[in-house]
Design a protein around this ligand. Structure first.
Ligand code: NAD
Ligand code: LMR
Length: 326
């Protein structure tokens, strides 16, 4: 058994938190030999509910859960943490776009970015889930400048999983038989789920699904799935978001399988013409907590136009929050 790692989760009493904490404590992210200490952050009005969640975590008697600490102070919650899930923030309602949340949620990530830089362990990795997650991660990265830029991530794994599910359904394959579905860009309707480079049972997707469906219904379904869930449930996706967060950090921790890639929104180094410094989702491979953008993926004119559009949107979000990027 390894020494415990410290894992922070913000918004821990919320809907995603309620699904995420139990997956983490069960060993679904870091493996069955890796104990964890959970460090949970809430706002003062969420602390009472968080106490109830803690009781339930205790009552689950998870062998890998070596401690639970709760606080409404980011400087306490991020003390010594190796991994941080930044979930705490407002979800949108059905008449909103994710970008409409920038004004409400953006400022949260200034204080939390600073608190991570001042308190976290030197090997910290951060995943921003709270929306609009790419731009919130950008804000946190700027606020936490002493933490290397490659440590700040935003989550597009849910979009990848959604794309895999749609491709599996269309082709009669199992979700696990769909690989290399890279999401490019923003976690928003402008994202591009890259069907050109994706595979079903090792076959290129364009050879097993028709182009009109891929460019039309497939793209639309994946891009607007969050809204469809809000309309159906009356609340934003939670269990699938928690599951994707586990998948993202698990890929980073355990590595991606040989020959396969996944999607992570990370700080652009200029690859594929994406402006440097944007938090942009790329197809990546990962190993031992580090990631690399997959090189040499083909992009046809359709893909290039989609990617240009999502770049434009992220640049405009960056402009909106420029006062928070000191
Ligand atoms: P929720 O309202 O159920 O829970 C959010 C929790 O965060 C609440 O308990 C609230 O008290 C807490 N909170 C608010 N401000 C905080 C702060 N400054 N510090 C700590 N905690 C704070 O919402 P949810 O359904 O859990 O969703 C959380 C966020 O995740 C939303 O912004 C939602 O849009 C986003 N989301 C992202 C993805 C993705 O794929 N990236 C998927 C689903 C949801
Ligand atoms: C999702 O994709 O389900 C989340 O980002 C929630 C939302 O607002 O769409």
């Amino acid at each position: 058994m390894s020494a415990p790692i410290r894992v922070a989760v913000t918004g821990a009493a919320g809907n995603i938190g309620y699904a995420l904490l139990f997956r983490l404590a069960a060993g679904d992210c870091y493996g069955k030999n890796q104990p964890i200490i959970l460090q949970l952050l809430e706002i003062p009005t969420g602390m009472k509910a968080l106490e109830g969640v803690v009781m339930e975590l205790q009552d689950s008697a998870f062998p890998l859960l070596h401690g639970i600490e709760i606080s409404d102070d980011p400087n306490v919650a991020f003390k010594g943490v190796n991994q941080a899930f930044l979930v705490g923030s407002r979800p949108r309602t059905k008449d909103m776009n994710r970008a409409d949340l920038i004004t409400a949620n953006g400022p949260i990530f200034v204080g939390q970015g600073q608190a991570i830089a001042n308190n976290a362990a030197s090997d910290v990795r951060v995943l921003v889930v709270g929306n609009p997650c790419n731009t919130n991660a950008l804000i946190a990265m700027h606020a936490g400048k002493s933490v290397p830029k490659d440590r700040w991530h935003a989550m597009t794994r849910l979009d990848e999983n959604r794309a895999k599910a749609q491709l599996a359904k269309k082709t009669g394959a199992l979700p696990g038989e769909v690989t290399n579905v890279g999401i490019w860009g923003n976690h928003s309707d402008t994202m591009f789920p890259d069907f050109n480079n994706a595979k079903v049972k090792g076959q290129p997707v364009p050879s097993v699904a028709d182009r009109a469906w891929l460019e039309g219904e497939f793209l639309k379904t994946v891009a607007t799935r969050g809204k469809a869930i809000i309309e159906a449930r009356g609340a934003s996706s939670a269990a699938s978001a928690a599951s994707a967060a586990v998948d993202h950090m698990s890929s980073l921790w355990n590595g991606t399988p040989a020959g396969e890639f996944t999607s992570m929104a990370v700080c652009s180094n200029g690859a594929y013409g994406v402006p440097e410094g944007l938090i942009f989702s790329f197809p990546v491979t990962a190993k031992g907590g580090n990631w690399q953008i997959v090189e040499g993926l083909a992009q046809d004119d359709f893909a290039k136009a989609k990617i240009a559009n999502t770049i434009k949107e992220l640049e405009s979000e960056r402009e909106t929050v420029k006062d928070l990027l000191k």
